[in-house]
Design a protein around this ligand. Structure first.
Ligand code: SF4
Length: 213
């Protein structure tokens, strides 16, 4: 059985898939406690479900075939791997959002990984497993930095150089209501950074505190 927080359908808002209707499977539990975490309710499970129950529940959203496994931190639960296999067998396009602190070795290649590198403002800037880079595909997977201030921004630039991340899909996202989007935009333009800036789209469509969107 998997421990879940919620299952819902919404507009994808935090990757290069932003804007697409997407099914979300939010698994419960997280090994980090980021300062800006907006899904604290996912630290504890709301329900337990088998992989087959999950597949049955998301069938209500057909014909959508884009699904994101998120959390919390989804890789904390071993059973997530059999869920990935079953979703793949059912022809779902799978996105996996993970905080970067857990080993990606067992995540199948057909899964698009959206991996955080946590900045100092999160309180977990030592959490990224550098060995995970070898499991990331430059053409498909994505690396995300959530930024709270100029210190985070400069830190992220140093990590891009240090980890030789040029060529990967890199996203800079301002922590909602902490760093102003226009401020981040001005830094990126000033430095002519070859990264993608992104806002959490769902927080502009709906009330930012609303769950299940
Ligand atoms: S990794 Fe994600 S879910 Fe976990 S504390 Fe940080 S923001 Fe929240």
């Amino acid at each position: 059985m998997l421990k879940l927080s919620e299952i819902f359908c919404s507009i994808q808002g935090e990757s290069t898939y932003s804007g697409f209707p997407c099914i979300f499977i939010r698994l419960a539990g997280c090994n980090l406690r980021c300062s800006y975490c907006d899904t604290k309710y996912a630290y504890t499970p709301a329900r337990k479900m088998s992989e087959l129950d999950i597949l049955a529940e998301i069938r209500q959203f057909e014909p959508l075939k884009l699904v994101e496994i998120t959390g919390g931190e989804p890789l904390l639960q071993d059973k997530v791997y059999s869920l990935l296999v079953k979703l793949h067998e059912q022809k779902y396009k799978i996105l996996l959002e993970t905080n970067g602190s857990l080993d990606l070795a067992e995540v199948p290649e057909y899964v698009t990984k959206i991996v955080d590198i946590k900045c100092p403002g999160s309180g977990h800037s030592d959490s990224f497993l550098i060995g995970n880079l070898k499991y990331l595909n430059k053409s498909g997977d994505e690396i995300k930095f959530v930024l709270t201030d100029k210190i985070d921004y400069e830190w992220a630039k140093v990590r891009i150089a240090e980890y030789a991340l040029t060529g990967y899909k890199i996203i800079f996202s301002p922590a909602f209501s902490i760093l102003e989007a226009d401020e981040l935009a001005s830094w990126i333009l000033q430095d002519k950074l070859k990264i993608r800036m992104q806002l959490q789209l769902h927080k502009y469509i709906w009330d930012p505190a609303k769950r299940g969107v």
